[in-house]
Design a protein around this ligand. Structure first.
Ligand SMILES: Nc1nc2c(c(=O)[nH]1)N[C@H]1C(S)=C(S)[C@@H](COP(=O)(O)OP(=O)(O)OC[C@H]3O[C@@H](n4cnc5c(=O)[nH]c(N)nc54)[C@H](O)[C@@H]3O)O[C@H]1N2
Ligand SMILES: Nc1nc2c(c(=O)[nH]1)N[C@H]1C(S)=C(S)[C@@H](COP(=O)(O)OP(=O)(O)OC[C@H]3O[C@@H](n4cnc5c(=O)[nH]c(N)nc54)[C@H](O)[C@@H]3O)O[C@H]1N2
Ligand code: SF4
Ligand SMILES: [Mo]
Length: 701
């Protein structure tokens, strides 16, 4: 029996924590015997959460698919890889030939950015399809961030990151990093870093309709009406201007006078009824922010996935800008990663075409996923007839999941590149499963770009690839070859992902031409990762706008103010649903591991005790929650952490659908929040779904 210690990062969420994993080899049978945080990782400093420990459960899960499966009638039968690739190629080619290129749609889910083979190779195949019906989890998540950066800084990935380690004042809206471990802010031990702000005399302020775990540790928590953040942020910006609290920025900026004029009427007093934050608190927030030696305003999920997501992120940028905190130590700074997607990709495009049925705008070649079901269900030229899902579970993760199920049921063909037979993939004709996380090597092109320090590392596979298994990238190469052969399309040669990363590292700012001379070989020698230093001001030379100046007042955003003008103060009986995350859960797909779901259920509806009482409901009771699009039944829990008039339900549950082959998840199924979220409720500017602030009613079941 031999024991081996391996060091690599966990890449289940954005925090990329370093792990030390022990494997034991007994006569060639390798087992994982321990998974711990890696104290030698200078970035994560030993931090780990329960999900990483469950990597061994993913590895050993009997429900995880290990060979391609074909659905024949109601049964799933194994199929050979080559046969599967040929079948996909034949069916997709035939459908495109009959109905046009756009008849085949693609949905790429969240692990697409957590697995580098999907980053480097999915387009090798998907690009051949030349379809405009491309969708992804981006439009139920961070699309407003990308659009704002695209319009203001000229590149959708030029995202200023909170300089959490040096700031004196951190204002968080719609993020709960204590549960999520940070998002568009890769920060492996966020609790320690937030406490460090407080320890050095700084402040953390959280704006959230729920007193979240992060709000509970903050110096100040403001309840906000869901979807009201744009009003709150406008009130802050207006106060900064009207009370003379601005500071000059070193950045070249166009449009600030237009901004000033646009928000001139958005006084704290005018905004207060719209966001339910007292005017004096809005003003004080602006004063505290401006008075801090350094400060950063950070908005995440809760303010992205709401009706004014893009306006929110625009004003977040402006608050940092006009207080002199954009591109400043202790404020918001852009990374300088070793493999730099900002330098090597184009700035993106927006609204060059629109979706067929509702005219929703494309961003970067993708349409909003809220439009996916209607594009399948609405007859006519260009109707979607076939779907490819890649590492996604849109039935549970996109709005109006029941409508999407109905649409999937009517498709001519569907193929899923996925690990499980779940709520979405059960509709597929074929499921092509890849190797598991620990059988894969990995480099984080995305999360190094969003990290609070410049860091880099290469994660080597720690388990051998099982015989007959394929990595995600190899599946895409197989599909591309079969499709090219079938259609006579030209296929360029490709390289394995690791080779691409080696090239990216060598060509990058720490590569062959630099002192560090980073390459794959260097990273192999540093299994705990390499720290490339704190973030520093760099935005001016990195701007990709036409005139290399920050665009403070993009026309598309100013035009959206007309929609904001229609926002009304809440009616007395308003009840709005929001979401939440739990540290033991990861979107929809990690409920099949006993280690993570044991103990009391965590998928209840949270409601303020007064709201329970006024409906004659009691704590623990089964309730029916209804929205415009559907209804679910779920247990309700009274919680004084909720704002009155707001209920909270986590997404990613609802595993009781027939045919789901995830035994543990089905045993504790919960209900899907996205059976209630509305595909017609959007941030109309970007097309991002408004998953938060959904009007609902709650009654006894
Ligand atoms: N109501 C509500 N809805 C939400 C949210 C919310 O807060 N509230 N959050 C939204 C957000 S932020 C996101 S990112 C989306 C996520 O939405 P999705 O990406 O659609 O859903 P996931 O639950 O992440 O599903 C991941 C899928 O990938 C598979 N998988 C995991 N690892 C791999 C791999 O390495 N290779 C392959 N091929 N497959 C893999 C899993 O089996 C699973 O089927 O949900 C969104 N939906
Ligand atoms: N444990 C765990 N970690 C995860 C994930 C997971 O599912 N589980 N998912 C990963 C993914 S894909 C993502 S995108 C990130 C997301 O990471 P975060 O952005 O931190 O998202 P959440 O933890 O959902 O926190 C969102 C907060 O917004 C609040 N909120 C809801 N509506 C509003 C509103 O209208 N205004 C304001 N101000 N607040 C509102 C909610 O109450 C909640 O506290 O987490 C990642 N990390
Ligand atoms: S916080 Fe947990 S899930 Fe996220 S990277 Fe770290 S260990 Fe993995
Ligand atoms: Mo996400």
């Amino acid at each position: 029996m031999t024991k081996t210690l391996h060091h690599r990062a966990c890449h289940l969420c954005e925090a990329i924590c370093g792990l030390t994993i022990e494997t034991t080899d007994t006569d060639g049978a390798v087992a994982i015997t321990s998974i711990k945080g890696d104290a030698q990782d200078s970035f994560s400093r030993g931090h780990i959460c329960p999900k990483a420990v469950a990597l061994q459960d993913i590895q050993n899960d009997p429900d995880r698919l290990r060979q391609p499966m074909r659905r024949v009638g109601g049964e799933w039968l194994p199929i050979e890889w080559d046969e599967a690739f040929a079948l996909v190629a034949e069916r997709l080619a035939a459908i495109q030939e009959r109905h046009g290129q756009n008849a085949v749609a693609v949905y790429q889910g969240n692990p697409s950015v957590h697995n580098y083979g999907l980053m480097t190779h999915s387009n090798y195949f998907l690009g051949l399809l030349k379809t405009r019906n491309r969708y992804s989890a981006t439009s139920v998540d961070q699309l407003p961030h990308h659009l704002t950066s695209h319009l203001m800084y000229g590149h959708g990935l030029l995202l200023p990151i909170p300089d959490i380690d040096h700031t004196d004042f951190m204002l968080i809206l719609g993020g709960n990093p204590l549960a999520s471990n940070g998002s568009i802010m890769t920060v492996p031990d966020v609790e320690k870093r937030l406490k460090a702000i407080q320890a050095r005399g700084g402040k953390v302020v959280v704006v959230d309709p729920r007193r979240s775990e992060t709000a509970a540790m903050a110096d100040q928590h403001l309840f906000v009406r869901p979807g009201g953040d744009a009003a709150l942020l406008f009130g802050v910006l207006n106060t900064l201007f009207s009370e003379g609290l601005t500071r000059d920025s070193h950045l070249p900026v166009d449009g600030l006078d237009e901004v000033r004029a646009a928000v001139a009427n958005f006084t704290a007093e005018a905004m207060s009824p719209l966001c339910a934050v007292p005017a004096e608190q809005i003003r004080q927030l602006a004063r505290d922010f401006a008075a801090a030696p350094s400060a950063v305003c950070y908005g995440r999920m809760g303010v992205s996935t709401q009706a004014f997501g893009t306006l929110c992120h625009w004003v977040v940028q402006l608050i940092n800008l006009v207080t002199g905190n954009l591109d400043r130590v202790g404020g918001a700074l852009c990374t300088e990663p070793a493999v730099d997607l900002v330098a090597t990709t184009s700035g993106g495009h927006f609204n060059k075409w629109q979706s067929r049925v509702s005219g929703r705008p494309e961003y970067g070649g993708e349409l909003p996923v809220s439009a996916l079901a209607e594009e399948m269900l609405t007859e006519g030229e260009g109707q979607i007839r076939a779907l490819i899902t890649v590492a996604g579970n849109p039935v549970l993760s996109t709005p109006n999941g029941r409508q999407l199920e109905q649409a999937l049921d009517g498709l001519e063909f569907m193929v899923s590149i996925d690990l499980y037979i779940n709520e979405t993939t059960r509709y597929a004709d074929l499921i092509l499963p890849s190797t598991s996380a620990l059988e894969n090597d990995h480099y984080d092109t995305t999360f190094n770009l969003f990290a609070v320090r410049n860091v880099t590392r290469f994660n080597r596979a720690i388990l051998a690839k099982p015989q007959g298994a394929l990595h995600d990238w190899e599946i895409f190469v197989g599909l591309a070859k079969a499709f090219a052969e079938k259609t006579g399309k030209e296929l360029k040669p490709t390289l394995p992902p690791a080779k691409m990363i080696d090239m990216g590292l060598r060509m990058g700012r720490y590569g062959d031409a630099s002192e560090q001379k980073l390459s794959l070989a260097t990273l192999f020698d540093h299994p705990h990762g390499i720290d490339l230093g704190a973030l520093k001001p760099n935005l001016a030379p990195r701007l990709k706008t036409d005139n290399q100046r920050v665009q403070a007042a993009p026309a598309a955003i100013l035009a959206d103010l007309a929609r904001f003008a229609a926002l009304q103060a809440p009616a007395a009986d308003e009840l709005l649903m929001i979401g939440r995350r739990h540290v033991r859960s990861n979107n929809s797909w990690m409920h099949n591991y006993h280690r993570l779901v044991k103990g009391k259920p965590r998928h209840q509806l949270l409601m303020h005790p007064d709201d329970l009482a006024s409906r004659g409901l009691s704590d623990g009771q089964l309730v029916r929650v209804s929205s415009r699009v559907g209804q679910i039944e779920v247990e309700v829990l009274g919680s004084a952490d909720m704002m009155k008039g707001v209920v909270s339900l986590p997404h990613g549950w609802g595993h009781a659908r027939p045919g789901v082959q995830m035994a543990i998840a089905s045993g504790q199924p919960g209900s899907s929040a996205n059976d209630l979220t509305d595909d017609c409720q959007l941030d109309e500017l970007s097309g991002n779904a408004a998953l938060n602030g959904v009007p609902v009613t709650v009654a006894a079941a």
